[in-house]
Design a protein around this ligand. Sequence first.
Ligand SMILES: Cc1cc2nc3c(=O)[nH]c(=O)nc-3n(C[C@H](O)[C@H](O)[C@H](O)COP(=O)(O)O)c2cc1C
Length: 375
Amino acid sequence: VDYQASIKEGPIKIINLDELEDQVAKNMEKGAFGYIRGGAEDELNLDKNTRSFDRKYIMPRVMQGIEIKDIDLSTQFLGIDLKTPIIQAPMAAQGLAHQDGEIATARGMAQAGSIFSLSTYGNKTIEEVAEVSGESPFFFQLYMSKNNAFNEFTLKRAKESGAKAIILTVDSPVGGYREDDIRNNFQFPLGFANLELFAKQNDDGSKTGKGAGISEIYAQAKQAFTPADIAYVKKLSGLPVIVKGIQSPEDADRVIKAGADAIWVSNHGGRQLDSGPASFDVLPSIAKVVNKRVPIVFDSGVRRGSHVFKALASGADVVAIGRPILYGLNLGGAEGVNSVIQQLNKELSINMMLGGTKNIESVKATTLYTDKDFQ
Ligand SMILES: Cc1cc2nc3c(=O)[nH]c(=O)nc-3n(C[C@H](O)[C@H](O)[C@H](O)COP(=O)(O)O)c2cc1C
């Protein structure tokens, strides 16, 4: 049987992003939902990612003379003007969430005045995303192949289609041990458009998504990353390269020395190394080492406007959202994606107002507190 994806369209009513998960569970095939929701092993890292934000406090500041109309969420990232510091994290196989997949997500992010990032394992081609994006910025996320012919072919298309940057993901040399996928024997029901396009011209026998599991797909990708790969991708694409999946200060320093134009602090949303720390916990030490040499994207576990605030105050320049975007996509297509961003914008604005900060620069300059400060 063909996979039946959601065709829902329209803005969605959101109380908070957490509650979307239950609604989506009822509106999506079990294997697909498990693949999207799940984390590695005991899902400790998945849980920690969100809970770690609770250990930091925003001090109420009420004598700053700020009105809600003064609150300004606009910012810049790599020279791109954004209406919000919240961007979308690249996610594979968005056709699982909605019939229009990445096309609808790209539309929703454009409506929000933000950035869409297309995964190498997306169900739509770079050219299809470029067309629907129009003047709105989009990035392309590269999972390098062991076959350099694929890397060359794909990066050339990204450049020619007008992608503004390449996100080079380095945290998945092997798939994390994700038990839901095993339990459900999950295999992708739809092809990965960019792998299929390559296979049409240059069939190297690789799987192109349909009928494969995520571990088989990762097994085809490049595994042994070194700083030279960053230089290679920069040279081939001629675009800024953002290295995604950094959690240690040492790796951050290495990739900057290798020429990275930005770093993306992420633990893949708890889908890889379950024993690793929460992504938010490693952010301050990475920001210290980076020392503003390049901008920082942060993701993993962000579900509240307060989380966005705290990440910005801990060294992030922009904050990316994963799963909740796919939940918005499932429940409302492009409008649903925009609803998720607007919900976070609303919560962020309230936190900014109560924290006495009227723009993103002053959020970034805010000092957060911990229990130690009150003993
Ligand atoms: C269903 C799903 C698919 C993903 N696919 C990719 C991918 O293709 N490339 C990538 O770099 N990261 C991928 N990620 C990781 C996200 O970019 C991001 O790091 C993570 O979802 C952030 O955590 P959050 O979901 O808690 O917000 C994926 C995550 C999910 C949930």
